[in-house]
Design a protein around this ligand. Structure first.
Ligand SMILES: NC(=O)c1ccc[n+]([C@@H]2O[C@H](COP(=O)([O-])OP(=O)(O)OC[C@H]3O[C@@H](n4cnc5c(N)ncnc54)[C@H](O)[C@@H]3O)[C@@H](O)[C@H]2O)c1
Ligand SMILES: O=C(O)C(=O)C[C@]1(C(=O)O)C=C[C@@H](O)C=C1
Length: 363
């Protein structure tokens, strides 16, 4: 059955959901309104949006409405949608916090038609221009039904998540907020705090900034995320974040004391335990980390070096999904990152390039 899908807020997440659904259901009609309507023109030109609307009232005919604005704006839109949603419409959101949204849903008397949502996928980039049809692929997509949500509605929204190749996971809003405080919100604060500490501690020659390599860049990518979005997430989930931040500070104090007391065994245990737990989070199976089949190849910096590798792979009929130079050099020469569509292609590529005397690292 052809559905009509409405979006309020149409940036990275709204745009990615619309692109993903349009890919699977080209006949479904997509409508959106956003703070700056002009920005939606690109989505219409791409054929992702069928209609740009200027007010939530124009979403009255929708079968699903996705609220995809920063989290503090969601309650205001729920109030505007209160008398707009048609019977049978499923109202959902993608906000990174859930308790504040559920309180607003209850206050507006929308519990019967609302099911919260939160795709555990994203990026430090914002805006429709960075949206992709596969953003949610292999990522957990948390669903938070209300006590009044019907099993039939939950089944319908779950089917949409599966269309996006996401992994549906039902949680209650409070548990969701406590979990994401630890695995998403605290990491963003740590990344931002660390970057600011380094910026403050660096010399006038900016030597820290110059030599910063993989370790610093890996842990701080998310420090470039939207300040508007993260200010709102932190304000809405203050209590949970404060609780886990307190524990984190205590753990850091513990590490400080291990260093102060030259406690080598304690430091060893720290890395041993963290390494074991981190390794148990697979990035090759479906889960919160994206599947990626990458091979790193050292190349000398000379004209035609990339073309030679691409030709070798093409002769062996191995398709490349993505290829690019790794800019944060952990490798002595130039490292080329080649991403493949599946594990088999990645291992065949590694064997082939190895037999051609390239130095290969598979990650
Ligand atoms: N970026 C991520 O990694 C990520 C992941 C999962 C969930 N989320 C959640 O998804 C939501 C959207 O995030 P995003 O990454 O797509 O952000 P974004 O900045 O890319 O998009 C936000 C959209 O909302 C619009 N908007 C902002 N304020 C508005 C307002 N007052 N009224 C109407 N429209 C408004 C913007 O114009 C833009 O279209 C947020 O609630 C965020 O917490 C983000
Ligand atoms: O990959 C990133 O850049 C993200 O920050 C994605 C991320 C996260 O993992 O913390 C950010 C916020 C969301 O609510 C969900 C996912």
């Amino acid at each position: 059955m052809s559905e009509i899908i409405g979006f309020i807020g149409f940036g990275l997440i709204g745009g990615s959901i619309a692109k993903g659904l349009k890919k699977v259901h080209p006949d479904w009609k997509m409508l959106a309104c956003s703070r700056t309507a002009g920005k939606l023109e690109a989505a219409r030109a791409d054929g992702v949006l069928d209609e740009i609307v200027t007010s939530p009232k124009e979403l009255a005919g929708c079968d699903f409405i996705f609220l995809c604005t920063p989290v503090s704006c969601i309650p205001g839109y729920l109030a505007k949608l209160k008398d707009v949603v048609k019977p049978g419409c499923i109202l959902t959101d993608v906000g990174s916090t859930k308790s504040n949204v559920h309180h607003a849903v209850l206050a507006q008397g929308l519990s019967h038609c609302f099911i919260g949502g939160h795709p555990m996928a994203g990026s430090e980039q914002t805006g429709y221009e960075n949206a992709t049809d596969h953003l949610v692929e292999n990522a957990y997509y948390v669903l938070t039904p209300t006590p009044q949500s019907s099993p039939a509605d939950l089944k319908k929204l779950t089917a949409l998540v599966l269309d996006l190749h996401g992994i549906p996971l039902v949680l209650d809003p409070e548990e969701h907020d406590s979990v994401v405080a630890a695995v998403s919100h605290l990491p963003h604060l740590i990344a931002a705090g660390l970057v600011n500490l380094v910026a403050r501690s660096d010399s006038s020659r900016q030597t820290m900034k110059t030599v910063a390599a993989g370790g610093f860049k890996d842990i701080t990518r998310i420090a470039s995320s939207s300040p508007e979005m993260w200010q709102q997430i932190c304000m809405e989930n203050r209590e949970n974040i404060m609780k886990i931040l307190r524990d984190y500070i205590a753990d850091m104090e513990g590490i400080y004391h291990e260093l102060e007391n030259s406690d080598a065994a304690g430091l060893f245990r720290l890395f041993e335990e963290s390494g074991e737990y981190r390794s148990s989070i697979s990035d090759r199976s479906a889960g919160p980390l994206k599947k990626e089949y990458a091979v790193y190849c050292d190349i000398v910096d000379e004209a035609g070096a990339i073309a030679t590798i691409a030709t070798i792979l093409s002769v062996h009929q191995i398709s490349i999904k993505n290829i690019g130079i790794v800019h944060n050099r952990e490798f002595e020469q130039g490292a080329l990152k080649i991403v493949f569509y599946d594990e088999d292609s990645a291992s065949r590529a590694a064997e082939t390039l190895d037999s051609c005397h390239y130095h290969i690292t598979v990650r």
